[in-house]
Design a protein around this ligand. Structure first.
Ligand SMILES: Cc1cc2nc3c(=O)[nH]c(=O)nc-3n(C[C@H](O)[C@H](O)[C@H](O)COP(=O)(O)OP(=O)(O)OC[C@H]3O[C@@H](n4cnc5c(N)ncnc54)[C@H](O)[C@@H]3O)c2cc1C
Length: 480
């Protein structure tokens, strides 16, 4: 949905084919949003829709060790506790306001890729023709498999059931650890049902989990099943850890769980998927419009693959630390001591919350490739936040030097210009305070593509060409 919205904002004709018949999600799944995802939603002017429905709190944890980000230099120095079924409903509400076509209750059954497009086969027998196809179809992605994209990684070492059920005996609520991992029971918001997360004895059981499986797992771990009955949701998750070898094969791309799966510790999966979409949307739009060459799409894999690779690494570490025996308890205690120090806490917290993402766009000012802070600017029309100018998902050149000193006329159809003043500090998560630039080129995803200072204007037109295509009237953006 995030990708569809990004494409629609860029004026691209986009359709979503979704197996489910409506936006309702069975079960609650992910527990919330990290800081950078809230920022990304803020960049599109929709953060308040989510913030008003959830609870702002510190959500970054590493294997039970809290990582407070309240001293981080961001407007959203917290995360948001909000279940995925609500997140998806709110997102669907926004997407419905945009020109996005939905084919609900239909499945992609295959596709054929040609030089000029992709023929997508749909379960109702229809076939849709598109210029590009993006598989956002989850960890078991048919599109990834049909494209022949490898999904290397590690098989599951542990399997858990997650369920929402009623109980006839009062259960022992709370989180417990044992030598195989964590299990937990908690009351749902309705005060009636209970959410259960419980380890299964056997890893790799085939088929959908049943109430009997849940009862058996509870008896095995807790000695009783508390009389579980009337499930509204039973699902299974494992620590299978895999990542697509390539996020693109010709006209087919992957985003979200289709590109990376891992254990849910740290609560990063949904967040990384939303941020994949925001990295890809504007690039794909420019390629479709032929203002940028197809090679721009290669930067999607180059930038996003390392981000998920790091999440795979920290979730594998987190899975190991989630077990409990004397040695692992000692290791967790050591890690906990390290994470009570400022520098290690900041580094890991910035990684889990997505605030440290740094795309390698070359040497230069520390802002280059990092997220643009949401500064409070002063403009001729009054105060304005940087993120407000990103609502339309277009690039922005922020000129903080002499007004009129920068001319980007040949790119004005793709890049907005703000003439403003800013007197405050420039502070980045983990990096700390950096020199104030006099101009910054910001991509639609909020990452900085070029930084100017008093002595340096060079490189701006190269950066504009790289990220937004050739100047208006030229043909250098056209696909070779
Ligand atoms: C127990 C649990 C807890 C989690 N907690 C967190 C958390 O706290 N924070 C976090 O960020 N993440 C968390 N996650 C991960 C998060 O749920 C996923 O990363 C996220 O749902 C991935 O989104 P997605 O859109 O990429 O894929 P999915 O949510 O899997 O969506 C894929 C969609 O594609 C549709 N589809 C699939 N195949 C086809 C087809 N052939 N044709 C048409 N439609 C198709 C499906 O119906 C589905 O709607 C958790 C996951 C689990 C299991």
């Amino acid at each position: 949905m995030m990708l569809a919205a990004e494409l629609a904002l860029a004026g691209i004709d986009v359709a979503v084919i979704e197996r489910r018949t409506g936006p309702e999600l069975a079960g609650s799944r992910a527990g919330g949003l990290h800081s950078r995802t809230i920022e990304v939603l803020d960049q599109r002017g929709i953060a308040d829709r989510f913030l008003s429905q959830g609870k702002a709190m510190q959500v970054a944890w590493f294997s039970g060790i809290p990582l407070d980000i309240s001293d981080f230099p961001t407007r959203h120095n917290y995360g948001l506790a909000l279940w995925q079924n609500r997140i998806e409903e709110i997102m669907a509400g926004w997407v419905q306001e945009l020109p996005v076509r939905f084919y609900r209750g239909r499945e992609v059954t295959g596709f054929a890729q040609h030089e000029t497009g992709v023929e997508v086969a749909v379960s109702d027998g229809e076939s849709l023709r598109a210029q590009y196809l993006v598989g956002c179809d989850g960890g078991r992605s048919l599109i990834r498999k049909a494209a022949g994209i490898d999904f290397p990684g590690w098989d599951a070492s542990t399997s858990s059931l997650i369920a929402e059920v009623e109980v006839s005996e009062e259960p022992e609520l709370g989180i417990r650890r044992d030598e195989k991992g964590i299990h937990a029971l908690g009351r749902l918001e309705d005060g009636e049902r209970v959410r259960v997360v419980i380890r299964e004895e056997q890893v790799g059981r085939p088929g959908e989990p049943t109430l009997r499986d849940l009862s058996r797992a509870l008896i095995s771990v807790r000695g009783t099943d508390y009389g579980v009955h009337s499930p509204t949701w039973i699902s299974r998750f494992t620590d299978t850890t895999r990542q697509a070898a390539s996020y693109r094969k010709g006209r087919v791309l992957l985003a979200g769980d289709a590109a990376h799966v891992h254990y849910p510790v740290g609560g990063q999966g949904l967040n990384i998927g939303v941020q994949d979409a925001v990295n890809l949307g504007w690039k794909l739009a420019q390629v479709v419009k032929q203002s940028s060459p197809e090679s721009l799409l290669d930067s999607y894999h180059a930038e996003r693959h390392p981000v998920a690779a790091r999440a795979l690494q920290n979730t594998m570490a987190g899975t190991a630390l989630a077990r409990s025996d004397a040695r692992i308890d000692a290791l967790r205690e050591t890690v906990s001591e390290l994470l009570s120090m400022d520098e290690p806490r900041k580094r890991l917290a910035a990684s889990l919350s997505g605030l440290d993402v740094h795309y390698h766009l070359g040497e230069g000012h520390p802002l280059l490739g990092r997220r643009m802070p949401d500064l409070d600017l002063v403009t001729a029309d009054g105060p304005e936040r940087v993120f407000t100018r990103l609502h339309s998902a277009r690039g922005v050149l922020l000129n903080l030097g002499a007004p009129g000193g920068i001319d980007i006329a040949p790119w004005r159809d793709r890049v907005g210009l703000i003439e403003a003043k800013y007197d405050g500090a420039w502070e980045l998560p983990v990096v700390g305070e950096v020199d104030a630039p006099t101009a910054v080129l910001i991509r639609p995803d909020g990452h900085v593509a070029w930084v100017g200072d008093d002595s340096r204007r060079a490189g701006l037109s190269d950066a504009l060409r790289t990220w937004f295509g050739g100047p208006a009237g030229s043909t250098d953006g056209l696909r070779e």
